[in-house]
Design a protein around this ligand. Structure first.
Ligand SMILES: NC(=O)C1=CN([C@@H]2O[C@H](COP(=O)(O)OP(=O)(O)OC[C@H]3O[C@@H](n4cnc5c(N)ncnc54)[C@H](OP(=O)(O)O)[C@@H]3O)[C@@H](O)[C@H]2O)C=CC1
Ligand SMILES: Cc1cn([C@H]2C[C@H](O)[C@@H](COP(=O)(O)OP(=O)(O)O[C@H]3O[C@@H](C)C(=O)[C@@H](O)[C@H]3O)O2)c(=O)[nH]c1=O
Ligand SMILES: [Mg+2]
Length: 281
């Protein structure tokens, strides 16, 4: 299976690059601020499936950079979907828990009503809608709280801050499932294969690590596993000011993904152990 991946330096793209048959495109090969260029690359490439692992992921910065976020997260993926549909090949696209408004405590199902709280979530929802409307074979995989040894993520932020400080205040009223990028990459490859064999599996799916936790308890496990002694204090979201609002309830109901593709929620604590080990070598 020949797989064309948009993204090269990011957390997910770096993990996808480990698989046979994968060609990763960096910004120089395809800039998502130019959706027509993304279309052209798909039109010209001889590939069996496309995975979009590139996105504008700076949640707070997107509040002041709405146009770029919209082009990269909504228009470019929509253009990719159109080009993939024309070629008759599937598109696997990654989306986010931030398309939801975070109300309630029940895990979100794929067809639950969306209601993004900020520009990043709105732009990602725009991409979902554009891809779905295009009508080609596709999977939109919503994930959450991605971490890996590469790129920027909460684990690396905690390790950096934890090395400098002996106490941190961390929000405890936002709950979600941290997800190792390596497990998302494996899920994408499996879904890509399944779609080439059965296009009727097209749709929107959820995939996050288990068990669900607060950011504060995620931080505690990061410090426990890395041997750093940092005192974590639970704080409410109202005590931590950010330009973008984040959902309180980021829990994702992943059962449809398991039923359709045989992919179970990974235990993020094992993925964390791997990442901590990778960062120490
Ligand atoms: N990070 C997270 O916590 C979560 C991420 N997701 C989704 O998962 C997917 C993968 O995210 P993740 O791997 O963490 O992202 P990263 O932030 O680690 O990487 C983003 C990638 O997108 C590329 N990119 C950004 N803008 C452009 C552009 N204009 N043209 C070409 N490439 C561009 C970056 O390239 P460059 O280095 O050149 O900037 C980088 O390779 C995304 O769709 C994201 O929305 C979903 C839930 C949580
Ligand atoms: C650094 C820090 C963060 N926090 C809080 C802020 C926020 O609510 C939470 C996580 O902060 P971050 O900025 O790392 O997380 P954020 O960038 O919002 O992460 C999100 O990224 C996008 C791309 C997604 O799609 C989401 O699934 C999610 O992973 O932790 C503290 O409470 N104390 C701290 O010292
Ligand atoms: Mg961030």
């Amino acid at each position: 299976m020949k797989v064309l991946v948009f993204g090269q330096t990011g957390q997910l793209a770096t993990e996808l690059a480990q698989f046979d048959g994968v060609t990763c495109l960096g910004r120089r090969d395809a800039d998502l601020t130019n959706p027509r260029a993304c279309e052209a690359v798909i039109a010209q490439a001889d590939m069996d499936v496309v995975i979009n692992a590139a996105a504008y992921t700076a949640v707070d910065r997107s509040e002041e950079d709405r146009d770029t976020a919209m082009i990269v997260n909504a228009m470019a993926p929509t253009a990719m979907a159109a080009a993939a549909a024309t070629r008759g090949i599937p598109l696997v696209h990654i989306s986010t828990d931030y398309v939801f408004d975070g109300s309630g405590t029940t895990p979100w199902k794929p067809d639950d009503a969306t209601g993004p709280l900020g520009v990043y979530g709105s732009s990602k929802l725009g991409g979902e809608k554009g891809i779905t409307a295009t009508g080609g074979t596709h999977a939109i995989l919503r994930t959450a709280w991605v971490f890996s040894a590469h790129g920027t993520n909460f684990v690396k932020t905690m390790l950096r801050l934890g090395a400098e400080r002996d106490a941190l205040n961390i929000v405890a009223d936002q709950i979600g499932g941290p997800t190792p990028a390596r497990d998302i990459a494996a899920a994408c490859m499996r879904i890509a294969r399944a779609l080439t064999e059965d296009p009727t599996k097209s749709g929107t799916y959820h995939f996050s690590g288990a068990p669900d936790v607060s950011w504060a308890n995620f931080a505690r496990e990061i410090f426990a596993q890395s041997g750093l002694s940092v005192d974590v204090t639970d704080i409410p979201t109202t005590a931590y000011s950010t330009s973008a609002k984040r959902p309180a309830n980021s829990r994702l109901d992943c059962r449809m993904t398991t039923a359709t593709f045989g992919i179970a929620r990974p235990d993020w604590r094992r993925g964390l152990a791997q990442v901590v080990a990778d960062l120490n070598t």
